[in-house]
Design a binder for this molecule. Structure first.
Ligand SMILES: Cc1ncc(COP(=O)(O)O)c(C=O)c1O
Length: 474
């Protein structure tokens, strides 16, 4: 076989390199099926290796692949069933295969890429059908932060037509979200010239959901003071506790005041597709735009988020443009006309391969299982005298709980130390969160591999390490 004389081709080592990679991937997938006893930490040799200077000459690709795997094996992997920190993704197997395929062809979804562009539209449509949102169009982005900025740029253009050309022109825009909305909403306000000081953090109720009455009052005050409301952002669910803002009530307010309603469902909106949770999302179809992070609770690897809009023209009003080097083929908008980005990887493929391979019902079942695990943990924690939970049951799959050791001088320091001890211990991994000034352990279930045994292990490890206040403070 003739290979192109090219030092950047793997040439005759192609098959061996693919086989070695496939072998490592298979080992990892099998290992992810069950929890391992301890995380492996980076060795001293690995630390040293990761400070070596730029190599002038290359090395054998098989050695390089082995080294890359050594790095990955000594890193936190969200694919593992006992990774409960933040809001993890889960490294779905067909998602990883999709990435390998997409990156090999390196299709650019900036302008019309023929079949890949059609597949992206189909994936947008499948996602909209899955969550029950009547999207006319949408686009894939690198994450919830960018999806939120993209949607809110459209909202800004709708509230202040021509703003992208003329700037704010003396207007004083405002944005409305719950006090527990994700920071990306503040970031959007900053980059869109709204200003973080003009983000109205609306009060929440006992279940930590945005209060529609407080929102209405704030809007009335702001309109009297001649502010220009750009959007109301409903979070479903919040990063802190998984609370779902009452979309229907917020849609009533949005319609009353003629304001854009954006749903930040980066984490939680896939649960709208699940029978036991669907009613919590009533009113979703009345939103103008929705953010969904497929790299959170749709299980595919990062980075894969989507922004969906009810009015097909709204994204284009904010982003469409003419450039001599950007042809408009086929009479439709290019992706660069409806997104912030230019060069765009083929993110849609992994979601498409998820639905094509496993079907929507399997995704629903996995989300439902995570919701049940949250309810289970909430009930189990109630039965252990050492711990307490928040008063209200989890709405989605986040279950804050904390140790309350009798006589402990500082319950927050204790829980902080407990969380660090759990991370050092390595049997499970979770992160802390501050809720109403208190430090809580905050496990989140978004992994299709997690079993009820893993949930039980979480509580057992926390109890074993959390019972002895004295030890944690040494
Ligand atoms: C509700 C919510 N919105 C937005 C984001 C930002 O998403 P990303 O990290 O994909 O940018 C997060 C991240 O956790 C989130 O929980």
């Amino acid at each position: 076989m003739d290979y192109v004389e090219n030092k950047l081709s793997l040439g005759e080592q192609r098959e061996a390199a693919l086989a070695r990679t496939a072998q490592h991937v298979l080992t990892a997938w099998k290992e992810f099926d069950a929890a391992r006893d301890h995380e492996s930490l980076p060795s001293e040799a690995l630390h040293q290796f990761l400070t070596t200077p730029l190599p002038r000459d290359g090395s054998d690709v098989l050695d390089v692949i082995d080294r890359a795997v050594a790095v990955l094996d000594s890193s936190l992997a969200q694919s593992r069933p006992r990774y409960f920190a933040f809001i993890g993704s889960a490294g779905l197997e067909v998602g990883a295969l999709a990435d390998l395929l997409a990156h090999s062809y390196d299709t650019n979804l900036a302008v019309d890429a023929r079949a890949a562009t059609e597949l992206e539209w189909q994936a947008v449509s499948w996602l909209a059908q899955f969550i029950g949102f009547p999207a006319q169009t949408g686009t894939f982005t690198s994450g919830g932060t960018i999806s939120n900025i993209t949607a809110l740029a459209s909202a800004r253009e709708a509230a202040i037509p021509g703003v992208r050309e003329h700037g704010l022109d003396g207007r004083r825009p405002t944005l409305y979200c719950s006090v527990e909305a994700h920071y990306s909403i503040t970031r959007a306000a900053e980059v869109l010239g709204i200003g973080s000081a003009n983000v109205r953090a609306v009060a929440i109720d006992a279940q930590r959901r945005m209060r529609a009455d407080a929102l209405r009052e704030q809007l009335r005050r702001d309109l009297t003071d001649r502010y220009t409301p750009v959007a109301i952002v409903a979070t479903t669910g919040t990063t802190l506790t998984g609370a779902i803002d009452p979309i229907g009530q917020l849609a009533d307010v949005a319609e009353e005041f003629g304001v854009w309603l954006h749903v930040d469902g980066a984490y939680g909106v896939p649960a709208a597709a699940v029978a036991s949770r669907a009613q919590l999302f009533d009113g979703l179809d009345r939103a103008h735009s929705v953010t969904v992070d497929c790299h959170k609770w749709m299980f595919v690897p990062k980075a894969c988020s989507a922004v969906l809009v009810r009015d097909g023209a709204s994204l284009a009003k904010a982003f469409a443009h003419e450039e001599a080097y950007m042809p408009h083929a086929g009479g439709h908008y290019n992706a660069v006309d409806i997104t912030l980005e230019y060069s765009r990887p083929f993110r849609a493929l992994k979601l498409w391969m998820l639905f094509s391979t496993h079907g929507a019902d399997a995704v629903r079942e996995a989300i439902e299982r995570n919701c049940l695990q949250a309810q289970m943990l909430f009930d189990w924690v109630q039965q252990r005298p050492l711990f307490e939970t928040l008063r209200s049951r989890p709405q989605l799959s986040i279950v804050p709980f904390r140790a309350v050791v009798e006589g402990c001088p500082n319950i927050n320091d204790h829980n902080d130390a407990l969380c660090s001890a759990i991370q050092r211990d390595g049997r499970i991994y979770l992160s802390p969160a501050t809720i109403d000034g208190g430090v809580w352990l905050r496990p989140c279930f978004t992994n299709f591999r997690t079993t009820s045994d893993d949930v039980a292990a979480l509580l057992d490890v926390a109890e074993e390490l959390g019972g002895v206040c004295r030890i944690l403070h040494q």
